[in-house]
Design a protein around this ligand. Structure first.
Ligand code: HXC
Length: 514
């Protein structure tokens, strides 16, 4: 056969595979508002940048009449490409081929691209749309998932791993995302669960819809499994691109720097925080008041909103922000907000992203529920994550910094490099009311007018401790600053921290309170 005919034959073979699961399955996919796996990759990556590998891989299953079935590409597409010029490795499961279920060869394709991403030190993006382990392939599909989970863990902290859930994903198809750094979901399209509604009905007799069990809203607002929620696949891909623009390719490189920009004039930090410590405000406006172009990219916006995490740029460089949110539960630390902050701190630390912490925290949330849910263990994650982090850590105390919350929120004692406090800062073991009630209980009870005495003692306590100067006198706070100075001082602190290096005791690894 001459070259021309061989090339024609190649074209024909390619065409055949590109049909995926066939017209009917593709129509069904479109009717659900879903793009096909290939369309998804093309929409996400830079134009003409995608290069596909293992197009002609076929499954090797022989049981349950599987030898009669042709599964194009074995239901998954793998390749490399770029996003805003940054290289990425990518896979997308093709639900039109056997429900994107994971058989042995399907898993081998995914692990091949995972190995590539770790070797090439570039981010991995996984688009998951799969019914989980391919039932007909038995232990081979379980082995496949095991190989994927192992690689997810090996790559953790070396390359960023991004998961996109764009379909009903069950079993292994959700555990791999859970091991990655960021999970994206789309309204009505994404469903994540370990066991589906049918199994639940059989085993415990409960009836629940897929949406109610693990839809996009559930996973973004209630469980916290998802980090980004979008209304459509197009919006989701824009979010992924934006995330990729903020993060580095790997744990050695720094994130790409952009042209520095001043914050927008409408965000004046001096006008955001009310003087009255009981008045709420949106701490995201303080972040917008200091970041370039006031562009703050929030993560897990819908879950544990009493803490805010996300990326912004200062002087063009990526910065991670952690801030208590007085708008929600007065910004207390609790089980979920501790988990949320701790994981983000570890991501920033792994990928050389400086962390700025804005503090306005009344402490850890008291109550039976929280204690029984393990607030001790979960709250300890924040202490651990900040203590362990060796990137530049800059803390600004805006208002309340009470008790364990003060220590946990990147205090000097956990080795913050720079601690600034606004004149409105109150650093104490607890709020003045609670403190006065405890330490002056006898005087208050025995007074002729207990209420008058109580007020007087609260006032005394406030005057003594509800300020930043006691901490500044001990050097726990480096400078008491005017709000307008915040951006300038943070920029300076980042500049002088450029070569920061810290020597930690040698160990295999620590044991965080997981
Ligand atoms: C083989 C599968 C499959 C699977 C779906 N299909 N899941 N084939 N193994 N796990 C096939 C279907 O037979 C069907 O094939 C096609 O994919 C489309 O599936 P439908 O059921 O028609 O689609 P839909 O109604 O949208 O429902 C999707 C679904 C459902 C919710 C995902 O298919 C489902 O519940 N599947 C099983 C989920 C599951 O329990 N997986 C195992 C998880 S255990 P045809 O030929 O008819 O088009 C696991 C182990 C790892 O993953 C655990 C690690 C910790």
């Amino acid at each position: 056969m001459g070259l021309k005919r061989k090339i024609l034959e190649l074209h024909k073979k390619r065409e055949e595979v590109l049909k995926g699961g066939g017209d009917k399955a593709i129509e069904k996919q479109a009717a659900m508002g879903k793009l096909t796996a290939r369309e998804r990759i093309i929409s996400l990556l830079d134009p003409d940048s995608f290069h596909e590998y293992d197009l002609f891989v076929e499954h090797e299953a022989r049981d349950f009449d599987m030898e009669k079935k042709v599964l194009h590409g074995d239901g998954v597409i793998i390749g490399t490409g770029t996003i805003y010029g940054a290289p990425v490795c990518i896979f997308a499961q093709d639900f039109t081929v056997a429900g994107g279920s994971l058989g042995m060869m399907h898993a081998r394709k995914i692990t091949k691209i995972m190995d590539h991403s770790l070797k090439l030190k570039v981010p991995l993006i996984g688009i998951n749309d799969s019914g989980g382990a391919r039932i007909q392939e038995g232990v081979n599909s379980l082995a496949g998932y095991g190989e994927i989970f192992f690689r997810n863990t090996l790559s953790s902290g070396v390359i960023p791993q991004i998961s996109v859930v764009l379909g009903p994903c069950a079993g292994g198809a959700v555990y791999s995302p859970a091991l990655t750094d960021f999970v994206f979901v789309v309204d009505k399209i994404s469903k994540m669960f370990i066991t589906g509604p049918e199994v639940i009905k059989t085993v415990i007799g409960e009836e629940i819809s897929m949406e109610g069990l693990g839809g996009a809203k559930v996973q973004s607002e209630i469980s916290g499994n998802a980090h980004f929620y979008a209304k459509s696949e197009a919006e989701c891909f824009e979010q992924i691109k934006k995330l990729v623009s903020f993060i580095p390719w790997n744990n050695i490189k720094k994130a790409k720097a952009y042209e520095p920009k001043e914050p927008k004039s409408e965000y004046k930090v001096s006008e955001i925080v009310p003087g009255d410590p009981r008045q709420p405000y949106d701490v995201r406006d303080v972040i917008r008041g200091v970041v370039d172009d006031s562009d703050f990219f929030e993560i897990q916006e819908l879950w544990a909103a009493n803490i805010v995490i996300g990326f912004g740029r200062m002087n063009g460089e990526t910065i991670g922000f952690v801030a208590n949110q007085p708008l929600v539960l007065a910004g207390v630390l609790d089980v979920d907000s501790s988990d949320k902050a701790a994981r983000f701190i570890r991501f920033c630390d792994s990928f050389n992203i400086p962390i700025i912490t804005f503090v306005d925290v009344p402490g850890y949330l008291p109550g039976v529920d929280q204690e029984h849910m393990g607030v001790i263990r979960h709250g300890a994650k924040v202490l651990y994550a900040y203590s362990e982090a060796t990137v530049a850590k800059i803390t600004v105390i805006l208002r309340k910094a009470y008790g364990g919350g003060y220590i946990a929120m990147s205090s000097r004692h956990l080795r913050a490099d720079f601690v600034f406090a606004w004149p409105t800062a109150e650093i104490a073991v607890m709020g003045p009311e609670g403190a006065a009630n405890i330490i002056f209980r006898k005087e208050i009870v025995q007074a002729e007018d207990p209420e008058k005495m109580r007020k007087q003692k609260v006032k005394e306590y406030k005057e003594k401790f509800a300020n930043p100067y006691v901490a500044a006198a001990r050097g726990y706070v480096d400078s008491v600053i005017e709000p307008e100075e915040t951006r300038r001082l943070i920029l300076h602190a980042i500049d002088v921290s450029g070569s920061k290096s810290v020597f930690l005791p040698q160990k295999k690894h620590g044991i965080p309170p997981f």
